[in-house]
Design a binder for this molecule. Structure first.
Ligand SMILES: Nc1ncnc2c1ncn2[C@@H]1O[C@H](COP(=O)(O)OP(=O)(O)OP(=O)(O)O)[C@@H](O)[C@H]1O
Length: 330
């Protein structure tokens, strides 16, 4: 696990204790009695409402939310992404799969502004992202998790999520320094929303535990909660099931469906084929940086090019794509 160094905590533990866990000894962390903090947290519908206040998919399911047009990324002489075009429709869970080195993470990085494309364009919500900086892309509504967990290890789970809400805050730096009423209101709202997000992903009882003390599975859930805290329209998950056992994978599939049902659109990179086939609405397949298929899961499973790409054998010698494809040859 790679966790980023802590730095100063966002709030004193007393602040959080006063607002969300009056009966909890923060030093020893432990389990928070969620319903005692806020009765709303015991009502899944109310929690879902707080987590996704703007459900624009209700009116726009099926329209393209994101579109890549001939997207290419080069590293020196290596073409990691070669003129790839596909779209992600509002309200769907789109799987992006392919053997190791196929270009999936590069594609994620180009979409989220980590890499500047060598050519081609990413359109989000109808507008090109060509000159949009990473922070601005987050504000426009694209959030992501990473293959290697990146949390603030010395911060509590709640603080990690509250950091994510900062993307939406309007308070100026002087406002924060002088703790204006707007700043205090935003801080209170961020804590309430943070608790709802932790409840949504299933780890609210661990709200005051330092991230580094959470189990691996809970850290992955926390990463998702933090990404959702930015109120994204599109949530990009980069191998969220890496290192999970079958029970954890099954719980993750439920969570991904819940996220979609709550109004978010999801782009999922994942090697576990059972998970991908079980949870996605549509799948785009990359091989050597090129798109080789774009179809429904059932069709992808039997697509000869996809099978050949994964098994590294000629089309006529291939079987169905199943199981964990982590070590498939590229
Ligand atoms: N920053 C970089 N500099 C140079 N080459 C890179 C860089 N990032 C990726 N590559 C190369 O680009 C190609 C695509 O890599 P990428 O990580 O996007 O593949 P992937 O499909 O995500 O693979 P995996 O499933 O193993 O994570 C690979 O050949 C990789 O070595």
């Amino acid at each position: 696990m790679t966790t980023h160094g802590g730095g100063d905590a966002l709030f004193g533990n007393e602040d959080i204790a006063a607002q969300v866990s009056p009966d909890t000894d923060v030093q020893s962390a432990g389990v928070v009695d969620v319903s005692a903090i806020d009765p709303v947290l015991s009502d899944p519908d109310a929690v879902a409402e707080v987590v996704a206040p703007t459900r624009d998919i209700d009116t726009a399911v099926g329209e393209a939310l994101l579109r890549t047009e001939n997207l290419s990324v080069k590293f020196g002489g290596l073409v990691a992404l070669d003129s790839v075009s596909f779209e992600i429709r509002r309200g769907e869970i789109l799987g992006l799969i392919g053997p190791n080195g196929a270009g999936k993470t590069t594609c994620f990085n180009a979409i989220t502004g980590v890499y500047k494309p060598s050519s081609g364009t990413v359109y989000f919500d109808g507008a090109p992202l060509t000159k949009t900086k990473r922070n601005a892309i987050t504000r426009l509504g694209i959030a992501r998790t990473f293959q290697n967990i990146r949390l603030f290890s010395e911060m509590t789970a709640l603080e990690n999520v509250v950091v994510g809400t900062d993307a939406r805050h309007k308070t100026s730096v002087p406002g924060a320094i002088f703790r204006t009423s707007r700043h205090r209101r935003e801080e209170r709202d961020a804590i309430e929303r943070g608790m709802a997000l932790l409840e949504f992903v299933g780890i609210a009882p661990r709200a005051v535990e330092k991230a580094k003390n959470l189990s691996y599975g809970d850290q992955r859930r926390l990463e998702i909660a933090r990404a959702l805290a930015t109120e994204p329209k599109l949530l990009c998950l980069d191998e969220p099931a890496a290192g999970f056992n079958p029970a954890e994978k099954s719980a993750l599939m439920d969570l991904i469906r819940k996220i979609r049902d709550d109004g978010f659109t999801v782009l999922l990179i994942e090697h576990d084929m059972r998970l991908v086939m079980g949870v996605t609405d549509r799948i785009v397949v990359l091989e050597f940086g090129k798109k080789i298929a774009d179809d429904l899961p059932a069709a992808i499973r039997e697509n000869p090019s996809v099978i050949a790409a994964y098994l590294g054998v000629p089309d006529d010698g291939a079987n169905e794509v199943t199981g964990d494809a982590t070590n498939a040859s590229a």
